[in-house]
Design a protein around this ligand. Structure first.
Ligand SMILES: Cc1cc2nc3c(=O)[nH]c(=O)nc-3n(C[C@H](O)[C@H](O)[C@H](O)COP(=O)(O)O)c2cc1C
Length: 221
């Protein structure tokens, strides 16, 4: 059966150019202070901030508006402990056997290893699952551009948390199938990223890295 198109007026807030520039400057100034944090305080963060950040992520564009994502929020210390143990098991294999020499070499500047204390210390873990397909009354239905859509939503989430004053790490202790088991998620969902979120610990340090310049990353035609 053909679906009916319904269109509604788009209420776009046009703002003066000087204000546009000011807003873009302010946003860039805020976003450039975002860093991946690997040392968290155990201090809790407001639930509402997490909820609003996930609401924001849920506004991301997605292929055919299928919104192929699920955000699991973990605060329970016992579950965090289990996730840490499973992640460290995979990461130990990654660091000791699966990562190539080149990969290990590239990671050296971050001082990371298989020990992931932050998974237990961070007050909140957000695990983002991509929904590779949907099940509609047992029938498999397609989702489109799932990786792109979930990547954009993840960016929205990280930006929203950062703007609200919450630090994050984008963590990928692959393979992450253990997250389906521990979080009881179905087979059509695949974990994409594990995001510890909270306040940095008082002694938190971050690697001294640089960003590519605008003329390197922007090409004008
Ligand atoms: C897809 C993706 C996966 C990542 N996986 C890990 C990870 O498993 N462990 C980790 O410590 N950092 C991980 N990172 C963080 C990067 O190392 C970090 O973003 C990069 O070094 C730039 O630093 P910044 O986020 O502080 O700007 C990941 C980042 C991305 C985008």
């Amino acid at each position: 059966m053909k679906k009916t198109n319904i269109f509604i007026p788009y209420e776009f807030n046009r703002c003066p150019e000087d204000e546009m520039c000011e807003r873009s400057r302010k946003f860039y100034k805020t976003m450039k202070t975002r860093r991946s944090v690997r040392a968290f305080s155990t201090e809790p963060v407001p639930d509402e901030v997490i909820e609003n950040a996930i609401r924001t992520a849920g506004t991301a564009p997605s292929g055919a508006n299928k919104q192929p994502w699920v955000f699991c929020v973990i605060k329970d210390p016992a579950l965090k402990r289990k996730i840490r143990a499973a992640a460290e098991k995979e990461e130990r294999l990654n660091y000791e056997r699966r990562f190539t020499e080149e990969w290990l070499d590239d990671l050296e500047q971050f001082g990371t290893n298989f020990v992931k204390e932050y998974i237990e210390h961070a007050p909140v873990l957000i695990v983002i699952f991509k929904e590779n397909y949907r099940l509609d009354n047992g029938e498999k239905k397609k989702n489109y551009y799932v990786n792109e859509s979930v990547g954009i939503a993840t960016g929205f989430l990280i930006a929203a948390l950062h703007c609200a004053g919450i630090a994050t790490l984008t963590h990928t202790p692959n393979p992450m199938k253990f997250l389906n088991t521990l979080l009881d998620r179905p087979a059509n969902e695949v974990p994409v990223v594990l995001i510890p979120a909270g306040y940095p610990s008082d002694d938190c340090k971050v690697p001294d890295i640089s960003r590519k310049s605008l003329d390197t990353i922007m090409k004008i035609y």
